[in-house]
Design a protein around this ligand. Structure first.
Ligand SMILES: Nc1nc2c(ncn2[C@@H]2O[C@H](COP(=O)(O)OP(=O)(O)OP(=O)(O)O)[C@@H](O)[C@H]2O)c(=O)[nH]1
Ligand SMILES: [Mg+2]
Length: 311
């Protein structure tokens, strides 16, 4: 078998065709030649393959939503002994990973997550990576995945080892108006609510009520939200409204401005002693909220998340 170096040496130079411009040939090592080039340098005959690349620039003025979803997390949760139906460690780790995405990548105005999914919303005016969908999506997915692994131990400790590398799929969706974007986020939060209510009743029936999973499934067939609330209350003394907001509402991450006050000791040139001075500066930090985003209140409290529709 040829080593990579041997391959390089063996490659026939005649296959490298210089169409035009200046090329500087240098002897890199004995018996082989490599090319270094100026920017004016031309293209090899292979260059045409670039034109097979698809233009995936996202339409201007639209919000760019990148949604990630854990691959086969049903199995992943089982294998890593996630608490049913909600594992605080898992939700915390998802939040930490999303935080890392917002910190590292530019122009994300808001993120929303629940279960094994997170949506990241790039500002409609963003020009990050020239709005190329594949670049945006892959950067989000890889940053999120590596953060998930990197911070695993902070949430699961030494007892629960990470048994295999998790992965997340990604998709890009464009929304042209504030209404569309809000409806998208409302859709994800409504999904969180519906699933969480179902899962809360289901696992109470199984874990506390002693039903098998099929019996619990059968009992819940055809029930509406009010029926599920009733089962929780009458059979398990649980008021669904008092369940933790992170389970019921998911997690919203946004940028917030905070004032940070620090004390500094300054000595002016013509003064004998140091002076204590308080300095206040405004910093942007990411904050987490587990609140309703379907109604208007959240959006009225944070008017800077959405950009003007008249762009
Ligand atoms: N026990 C437990 N399971 C969770 C938790 N969060 C997510 N999951 C699991 O992750 C699944 C996420 O749903 P899906 O994304 O539809 O299913 P998936 O198995 O990831 O399948 P694909 O996304 O299609 O690959 C849930 O059905 C749960 O099984 C949690 O906090 N606790
Ligand atoms: Mg999934």
């Amino acid at each position: 078998m040829l080593t990579p170096l041997a391959c390089l040496r063996a490659s026939p130079l005649s296959t490298i065709h210089i169409a035009a411009g200046r090329a500087v040939a240098k002897s890199a090592f004995k018996g082989s030649v490599s090319f270094s080039a100026t920017t004016a340098m031309a293209k090899s005959k292979f260059e045409y393959v670039r034109y097979f690349e698809r233009d995936d620039t996202c339409l201007r003025n639209c919000y760019i939503v990148v949604r990630l979803d854990g691959r086969n997390f049903h199995r992943f949760a089982e294998q890593h002994n996630f608490v049913k139906p909600n594992d605080e460690r898992a939700l915390g780790l998802m939040m930490r990973s999303a935080h890392s995405v917002m910190e590292e990548l530019e122009d994300i105005a808001i993120a929303y997550g629940q279960s094994d999914e997170y949506s990241f919303i790039f500002k409609r005016s963003s020009n990050w990576f020239k709005r190329r969908a594949s670049k945006l999506m892959t950067h989000v997915a890889s940053q999120f995945s590596s953060a998930y692994v990197f911070y695993w131990k902070d949430y699961f400790g030494e007892q629960q080892k990470l048994l295999y590398p998790p992965s997340f799929d990604g998709r890009v969706v464009l929304y042209p108006s504030n209404r569309n974007l809000r409806d998208y986020l409302s859709w994800r939060q409504a999904d969180c609510h519906v699933n969480n209510l179902y899962n809360t009743v289901f696992w109470n029936l199984v874990q506390k009520g002693g039903l098998t999973t099929s019996e619990a499934e059968e009992k819940l067939k055809g029930t509406v939200a009010a029926d599920k609330n009733e089962i929780l209350f009458s059979e398990f003394n649980i008021n669904y409204n008092n369940e933790p907001p992170i389970y019921k509402k998911g997690t919203v991450l946004i940028w917030d401005k905070v004032n940070e006050t620090t004390t500094k000791h300054i000595k002016l040139p013509h003064e004998e002693h140091e002076k204590e001075v308080t300095v206040t500066r405004t910093r942007n930090i990411i904050t987490a909220h587990h609140c309703d985003i379907i109604g208007n209140e959240f959006w009225e409290e944070h008017p800077n998340i959405l950009e003007d529709d008249g762009c």
